[in-house]
Ligand binder design. Structure first.
Ligand code: DAH
Length: 340
């Protein structure tokens, strides 16, 4: 009987459909049963051998069979698509609570850290930051600062000359002159910048940085200088740091002093950092020489000045306990990282 044959085909087809677990298998089943030469289609083709009465019956049987098979196939197809979606969601899921890979971040060079620290302290005391040129006239670097024509610092063994009257500044003190000539007192400035001298060893570099300080007002004295530097030393090193003035000589200050700080490593008891003296020399300073004031157009009877010059590399070496300045210039990440 044809209806039994058809039922058998449908049953087999549904069974195979239920077992199919991917779209490729579903397509194979579609071709096998519903394709041009498919099993159900072949039953329909047999209609031509049937009697006219049987024909509509066969037609209906085939149509019903088709419907059942198509329904089963599309149901399974949806199930498979759903499963594919679920698998994809699982395989592509992100754990948003996972911590990400650490990325390396840069940092300031220890010399920049120290320079900024020093500037911050003076800014806190009301000082203004001023710049000046690194290529300077010898007039600003030497002459206006009362440095005599025959002073050894003017020799080409101590100064990089570009021409007879043009040089790489050897000190940020030159910025003092620019400011005094252009700005009316009261003046209270710090001038950071690079300076150049033909020196190269563990404690000297042909390029280094200084911070010049200058105060000009009607009544400023050596004791103001002492209290400013005392305040600076306590902020920069520690509250117990002491400041000591020793007589010295600079052509642009009178009196001139060399400023020592009690050793921040041993507290003054004596150690290798302070060479067993308990003191560390940090900077030069003094009361601005009247000749400098006059050269800059200020009346020494009306105005007084105090000035100081701090070496940034030296301050960094003392603060960080580094014995070779070149380590701070070498850009060795392993070393620079330690000062963050
Ligand atoms: N310019 C000096 C130097 O390079 C440092 C210095 C000393 C600056 C005394 C000053 C000062 O302003 O008063 O060694």
């Amino acid at each position: 009987m044809i209806s039994e044959t058809i039922d058998g085909i449908v049953l087999r087809c549904i069974e195979e459909t239920t077992c199919a677990d991917d779209m490729q298998k579903i397509n194979v089943i579609k071709v096998k049963y519903l394709g041009k030469n498919g099993e159900i289609t072949s039953v329909l083709k047999s209609i031509k051998d049937a009697t006219p009465e049987e024909r509509p019956k066969i037609g209906k049987l085939v149509n019903d069979a088709r419907e059942k098979v198509e329904l089963a196939l599309s149901k399974r197809e949806n199930e498979i698509k759903e499963q594919i979606k679920k698998d994809k969601l699982i395989s592509e899921s992100l754990d948003v609570t996972l911590s990400k890979k650490r990325t390396e971040t840069g940092g300031l060079n220890p010399l920049s850290i120290i320079k900024n620290d020093i500037l911050d302290i003076f800014i806190g005391m009301g000082f203004e930051v001023k710049d000046g040129p690194e290529i300077e006239f010898e007039y600003y670097n030497f002459t206006a600062l009362n440095i005599p024509k025959d002073h050894p610092s003017r020799n080409s063994s101590d100064t990089f000359y570009i021409s007879d009257d043009l040089l790489l500044r050897t000190q940020t003190s030159a910025v003092q002159v620019h400011v005094m000539k252009t700005q009316k007192p009261p003046i209270r400035i710090v001038c950071p910048g690079k300076v150049y001298r033909p020196d190269d060893d563990a404690t000297h570099s042909p390029m280094f940085q200084q911070i010049e300080g200058l105060v000009i007002d009607k009544r400023v004295t050596l004791s103001d200088l002492k209290s400013i530097l005392d305040e600076f030393a306590k902020s920069f090193f520690s509250a117990s740091t002491k400041v000591r003035f020793r007589p010295s000589h600079f052509p642009f200050t009178e009196p001139s002093v060399e400023v020592d700080l009690s050793c921040n490593k041993c507290g003054g008891a004596g150690c290798n950092l302070c060479k067993r003296t308990g003191w560390i020399e940090l900077l030069g300073a003094g009361v601005v020489h009247p000749n400098v004031l006059i050269e800059c157009g200020l009346d020494p009877n009306e105005y007084k000045g105090i000035a100081f010059g701090i070496g940034v590399e030296r301050a960094a070496m003392i603060k960080f306990g580094v014995h070779d300045m070149r380590l701070l210039f070498d850009n060795d990440i392993r070393i620079l990282k330690q000062f963050r």
